[in-house]
Ligand binder design. Structure first.
Ligand SMILES: [Zn+2]
Length: 82
């Protein structure tokens, strides 16, 4: 789906709400901004919050969402009891 957004006077661009929901983007998440040789702008998720507990420590990107090591360990333990 193509979305067109205008750059504000302050240089801001709003990421569409449906994309924020779909990708689990939260206020405060940090994005790296870079550009390609063709002039395309690339936003890369670099720091965020755990999907489950909102921790910002020891994060792993899984299926487009950040999950912390503590929650991964908890899920592993619960899966062992299934
Ligand atoms: Zn967590």
């Amino acid at each position: 789906m193509l979305n067109q957004k205008k750059i504000s006077r302050a240089g801001s661009v709003t990421i569409p709400a449906h994309l924020r929901r779909e990708l689990g983007l939260e206020p405060g998440e940090v994005l790296d901004v870079s550009h390609t040789n063709k002039g395309d702008i690339v936003l890369k998720r670099s720091r965020g919050f755990c999907l489950f507990c909102k921790s910002d420590r020891e994060l792993v990107m899984y299926d487009g969402r950040f999950v912390c090591k503590t929650c991964i360990d908890r899920m592993k333990k619960e899966a062992d009891h299934v």
